[in-house]
Design a protein around this ligand. Sequence first.
Ligand SMILES: [Zn+2]
Length: 449
Amino acid sequence: MRFGRMLSRFLLFSFALFPVYGGEPLMRVGVGKVNITPSGSIWMAGYASRDKPSEGILLDLYVKALVFENSDGSRSALLTSDVLGLPANVSHRIAENVQAEFGIPRESLMLTSSHTHSGPVLFNNLRDMYDLAPEEARKIQEYTEAFPDKALEAIRLAVANLEPCALEWGIGNAGFGKNRRKYTLEGVTNDFNPIGPVDHDVPMLKVSRADGSVKAVAFGYACHNTTLAIFLLNGDYAGFAQSHVEEKVPGAVALFAMGCGGDINPLPRGTIEQAKEYGRRLGEAVLTVLGNEMDEVSGPLRTAYREIPLALSEPPTRETLEQQAKGPNGVVKRRAERLLKQLDEKGMLDTTYPFPIQVWKFSDTLLVTALGGESVVDYSLRLKYDFGREKQWVVSYANDVCGYIPSLRVLREGGYEGEGSQVYYGHHGPWAPTIEQDILAAVHEMVGK
Ligand SMILES: [Zn+2]
């Protein structure tokens, strides 16, 4: 046993009497877990090609919460969820209720998702993708309306078991995430690009009780949960990874938050065996870090949240929209009809979208940067370059999954993440070329404070 490990064991035993760790008062931490698997058949999120609702369950879906309490009593909550993405309407509802019930302000609530493509649709996420029959739309509405209560219940459970805990940080590695923007003479296509950027880090935060046992492990990975496109509900590789860790570390809750994997896919993909195998590999990466010495994380946790007006490119004319509304493509048609209505009611189309950015700092021991949308991997690499890799957890798909978030490079290259996906999210066109500089300027300002 190395000295550092002996020292941390000593501290773990001693802080039951003296709740101090590394000179700082220990944070109190609680964890909660609530099953969100729909009770019956429901339309599944993420693929426009699905033509029927779910036909059963392969693996249960969960919403999980980690609540941190500073020594002054102020609290923050990290929520993770096995869904494709939380749209603004759902996040706002959760935030209002969390503020009302627990006094946790918006900046101290981080709402994340795993981006599983085998979970239920949440109403308004990928708003124009699905052509739902009234009965299916009603089920989605009901599920979406019940969702904030499940999130609240997870936080309620976590608050109930708040106790002094030691926090530790480490980075593992898993290699199955592959860049999916293949360069061809016809442009960028959705296929393996062996020379495209990736981020194979597995950032993780370990929470230990006073007796040294592991209470929770929160971890991330920058890769789409798109191994599967079946009709059985499941959390894809991230779901299997969480259950792998919970099986191997009895008494611990495992939480997964997506990184900047907008242009990353698990490849090859398509079978349940592959999803389980990627889950096992990610879970093993987490267990390897757990078995090694990790870095101490200490409070207080300070938080910041902002929605910046992210600029869209020039809006289309009414004539263009009227033409699109008559066209054969159902997705384009639904978007055009909705935008024409907006034009009638407001006299103009949106020129910006309120894009959420969140920054959490555990004193100077860990920085968590969280971007909304489906950020491409360039953001992960850039933020790690700017603020260091060793003590930073970069999260995406946080607070509002409102569209793909391309870097300037990806925007210019085009393809699905640069442009083609905008229609599914209801945006009238691509983001403006200022996207990357606007996001980075805001993150820098927030981290600097
Ligand atoms: Zn996606």
